[in-house]
Design a protein around this ligand. Structure first.
Ligand code: PLP
Length: 260
């Protein structure tokens, strides 16, 4: 039976990140994806020019309508935008999708530097971490969640430990934003009280948009297909590295992933 993924995230009309790349990733993984849109961005491959949050009652309606019908195998969460959205998603999933594993990509700032989470909502996002099976911050987001600075892999380990103490089961810190001269990027997973490091050869493309969204979606699909977290991450890493090598420029800004 085909596995069913619920994606709860923001729309990126350029197709490089957000719901659009999540759906493409899920399709490339031969899973069925449904999508609840938390917010709309006006965005191209260079910048985000506006963000529109539909009324919370409508978000609630999307979630209630969908969850009264479909039983999902996994839920992938991306951009939430503000505290009201976090509260609505968190409470609804507690009530209506209690035992479905949540992969939470703690989206805060886009590669372009545009802010995707209201700064007053950090405490709410931290609370939501407790409900998640896996959280996938990049180094910048991990610094905020763990309330410490990260300069190297040893700091990544400390930060992952602190984030796990917020109450989630597993933590993946993506090392791509770590300032280093190394030829590799280290992604660090804390799972079952063990640290697993996955090294990826650095690919020399300055700006790629949507890799974080796609990585979390690929992990979610692999988990839905019954892989354990480590295998799910290893496979997703391979998938994203391969897609990065084949990334394309569709506009004047960042490269984007092509999923087929
Ligand atoms: N737009 C939306 C709707 C997103 O969800 C995200 C990331 O999650 C982005 C933009 C930013 O993607 P990136 O940081 O790869 O540019």
């Amino acid at each position: 039976m085909v596995k069913k993924i619920l994606i709860i995230a923001g729309s990126d009309p350029s197709g490089g990140a957000g719901i659009q790349t999540d759906i493409k990733t899920a399709t490339a993984h031969h899973t069925y994806s449904a999508a609840v849109i938390t917010c709309l961005t006006a965005q191209n491959t260079q910048k985000v020019t506006a963000i529109y949050n539909p009324p919370i009652a409508f978000l609630q309606n999307q979630l209630d309508t969908l969850l009264s019908d479909i039983a999902f195998d996994v839920i992938k969460i991306g951009m939430l935008g503000n505290a009201q959205v976090i509260d609505c998603v968190s409470k609804t999933l507690k009530k209506k999708a209690k035992n479905v594993p949540i992969i939470l990509d703690t989206v805060m700032v886009a590669t372009s530097g545009d802010c995707l989470l209201d700064s007053t909502a950090i405490k709410d996002l931290k609370k939501f971490v407790a409900q998640s099976f896996l959280v996938t911050p990049n180094v910048d987001e991990a610094q905020i969640l763990a309330d410490m600075q990260i300069f190297n892999v040893s700091d990544m380990k400390k930060a992952a430990f602190k984030i796990k103490q917020l109450g989630c089961e597993n933590v993946l810190i993506k090392g791509g934003h770590l300032k280093s001269n190394h030829s590799h990027i280290t992604n660090l997973l804390l799972c079952d009280n063990k640290y697993v490091m996955i090294k990826n050869r650095k690919i020399n493309i300055d700006n790629i948009h949507g890799t974080g969204c796609a990585l979390a979606s690929a992990i979610a699909c692999n988990i839905a297909n019954n892989d354990d977290v480590i295998l799910a991450l290893r496979k997703a890493n391979r998938y994203i590295s391969d897609r990065i090598k084949k990334s394309i420029m569709v506009g004047k800004g960042s490269h984007v992933l092509q999923h087929c």
